[in-house]
Design a protein around this ligand. Structure first.
Ligand code: SAH
Length: 399
């Protein structure tokens, strides 16, 4: 059995952990010096040395590890990982059965009971993301559990534990057979070309599945669509399939041009009838403003933080400004889809940003609908920060 490091929790936080809060945060620890080696099993105790829970030490952003059980009789062994994984598989039954959607999240960190670990499914292949060196120490147990509970063709991994969660560049293939890339996956019938072994991002962000479907099925028909921070153009593809008259995709990364052409092509959309622009969004906005370009739908899905040669964007600081400039490019009665995955603010604050932006432009608006993470990205009520996705469909009113 693993040796357990005794981590003493300050009395004012004991209740929180007892109620199922999963993240071992720095402030809660009375004796932080005991934490030496990532991957060590920890036993949370109160100041009277009563048992609170068990977990592991792993540095991830501001966290020092995750609590995996509050049952004293459970060990952090392979069986525990397998139990949690097999429960996660059961909860995704409808995704495994859905022939039109072959890419989804199988295991979502603390939402499925193991913080610091996610597993995504792509057409029978799996991508495991390790968010700390600590969880990576359990690689053997976790791989064995995966092998025991799913039929896989091949397994890839992403290590995201350098400093603030940056991706560590290396060959991501782990075991099984290699996929042929692009690996074409389906999402509600939309095809996406994915590359599981080509850096941090595989080509599509699975958490936007419902938003893409909604745009395709309900909003896009007959509309001109501007998709900013477009990456591989996944929203543009959804809009084009939904009957958009034209899509314009803007992203500063050079790779976005060939990647977006590829996504249109695998969906049999003539990419030449669409516009793909490699440029800083804020530069493009200046240009579009001068030319009086306007769109019926503007999609905003920026990263939480990004620095380009010309601009720095921080969602927590600059989202209101981005929204205000987007209002200028949206036709009356048009729709802005404002999305953010920034966990530094919640939906309430995001709505305050929206209000602030419209006020600055003297424009009225109404909120049409809201989205957060889809069902496969499971979250728990004790850890609200885990539900990071916020998407708001906003109608820009006339006058
Ligand atoms: N909306 C995308 C995901 C965005 S990922 C989707 O649905 O798949 C973030 C993207 O923003 C990256 O592709 C990055 O190149 C781009 N980006 C970051 N800063 C930018 C800027 N100032 N202008 C344009 N693109 C930017």
């Amino acid at each position: 059995m693993n040796k357990e490091i005794q981590v003493m929790i300050k009395s004012k936080f004991v209740k929180k952990f007892k109620q199922g809060y999963p993240l071992l945060f720095q402030d809660s620890i009375a004796n932080p010096h005991v934490l030496q080696k990532e991957g060590e099993v920890i036993r949370l105790i109160d100041e009277q040395r009563n048992f609170i829970g068990k977990g592991y030490f792993g540095k991830q952003n501001k966290g020092f590890g995750w609590v995996l059980t509050t049952n004293e009789n459970e060990q952090l062994d392979q069986a525990l990982f397998e139990r949690k994984l097999s429960l996660a598989v059961k909860k995704r039954k409808k995704f495994f059965d859905d022939k039109d959607t072959t890419a989804f999240r199988l295991f979502n960190g603390e939402g499925d009971g193991i913080g610091g670990l996610t597993i995504d499914h792509f057409e029978g292949y799996y991508v495991i993301t390790w968010y700390s060196e600590g969880i990576y120490k359990f690689k053997e147990e976790i791989l064995k559990s995966v092998s025991n509970v799913v039929d896989y063709k091949g397994i890839y991994q992403k290590k995201r534990f350098a400093g603030k969660g940056q991706y560590i560049e290396e060959d991501d293939f782990v075991m099984g057979e290699q996929a042929e890339f692009p690996l074409i996956v389906k999402e509600n019938g939309i095809k996406f070309a994915t590359y599981l072994n080509d850096g941090a991002m595989v080509g599509v962000f699975l958490d936007q599945r419902e938003v893409r479907k909604r745009i395709r099925d309900y909003y896009a028909n007959g509309k001109s669509v501007l998709n900013t921070f477009s990456y591989t153009g996944a929203f543009s593809v959804a809009a084009a399939l939904g009957g958009a008259t034209k899509t314009t995709s803007v992203d500063v990364a050079k790779r976005s041009l060939s990647k977006t052409i590829e996504q249109f092509s695998v969906n049999e959309i003539d990419y030449e009838s669409q516009q793909i622009i490699v440029e800083d969004v804020f530069q493009y906005y200046k240009y579009a403003g001068k030319k009086h370009h306007k769109f019926d739908m503007v999609i905003l899905d920026p990263p939480s933080f990004a620095r380009t040669k010309k601009t720095t964007f921080s969602a927590a600081k600059d989202y209101p400004k981005l929204l205000a400039q987007s209002i200028d490019l949206t036709n009356d009665n048009g729709v802005i889809v404002a999305s953010t995955n920034c966990s530094a603010f919640d939906m309430k604050k995001f709505k305050a940003f929206i209000q602030q932006a419209f006020k600055s432009r003297n424009k009225k608006y109404s909120i049409l609908e809201e989205y957060s993470l889809p069902e496969d990205f499971r979250t728990i009520p004790q850890y609200k920060e885990g539900d990071y996705l916020k998407v708001v469909f906003i109608k820009v009113q006339k006058g």
